[in-house]
Unconditional design. Structure first.
Length: 238
């Protein structure tokens, strides 16, 4: 009977509704510090280096050099989850694959949940892959994907530790703290590219995070304000 009276009380209803809405607020998207690649030595293996925010990023592995992909658009293909901004239209690393060597991205400081953006992986008649099983402990999620503005295609997919694409585009988020990411690109395909970045709010403690939505805060505040009134109502009925 007490539970029924609580549910029928309009103040209690307001409080319960506010509490129900607060945890269901949508996940926020943060600004990603994408790597600005500045130097490269083409080869198999080759190497590259750049900076992402305050972190130096280096790459060792097969590369044809730096390339400006036509664009990282539409934005909906290269954003999702915590990623609020697609990579910028700056030089990035071009691959052809078909190599048996292990390729490695290294960070000068530990990065939390790094983001790996893939552009034009494979072709309709020549699928290609990033195989992340060469180093254990690299769990990941596919955050976003879809067609590119220039070549259409589809979202990247994954099987176990392998990311597949037939003109595939999208984002991979690694889960955990990383000093490096290792992979192989065993399938030859003429032209695909990747870059990496990180969410500074996760990697650098103390970085300001997003401000909660005003509507959510208002509802939660109303719920808290109703607590004293609910207590008085219960005291009178006891």
């Amino acid at each position: 009977m007490l539970l029924r009276r609580l549910l029928l009380n309009p103040l209690c209803g307001l409080f319960l509704a506010a509490c129900a809405v607060y945890p269901s607020a949508p996940a926020h998207a943060d600004t990603i510090a994408w790597t600005n690649w500045s130097t490269i030595s083409a080869g198999n293996p080759g190497s590259a280096s750049g900076t992402a925010g305050t972190i130096t990023v280096t790459y060792s592995g097969q590369t044809n050099g730096l390339t400006n992909v036509p664009s990282w658009t539409p934005a909906s293909t290269f954003t999702g989850g915590v990623v609020g901004n697609a990579p910028p239209h700056t030089p990035t690393i071009q691959l052809m694959g078909g190599s048996a060597i292990t390729e490695t991205i290294s960070f000068s400081s530990t990065v939390v949940d790094p983001i790996f953006a893939i552009w034009s992986l494979g072709a309709p008649t020549a699928p290609a892959t990033f195989d992340f099983s060469s180093k254990s402990g690299q769990p990941f999620n596919i955050l976003g994907g879809g067609p590119s503005t220039e070549f259409a295609g589809s979202a990247i997919t994954s099987t176990g530790s392998v990311v597949h694409g037939s003109e595939g585009n999208g984002l991979v988020q690694f889960i955990g703290s990383f000093d490096s990411i290792a992979f192989t690109t065993p399938n030859f395909e003429n032209y695909y590219a990747f870059t990496v970045g990180y969410d500074a709010t996760l990697t650098n403690p103390g970085t300001p995070g997003p401000v909660p939505e005003p509507a959510t805060l208002s509802l939660f505040g109303l719920g808290l304000a109703a607590v004293p009134l609910i207590r008085r109502s219960l005291a009178r009925r006891s």
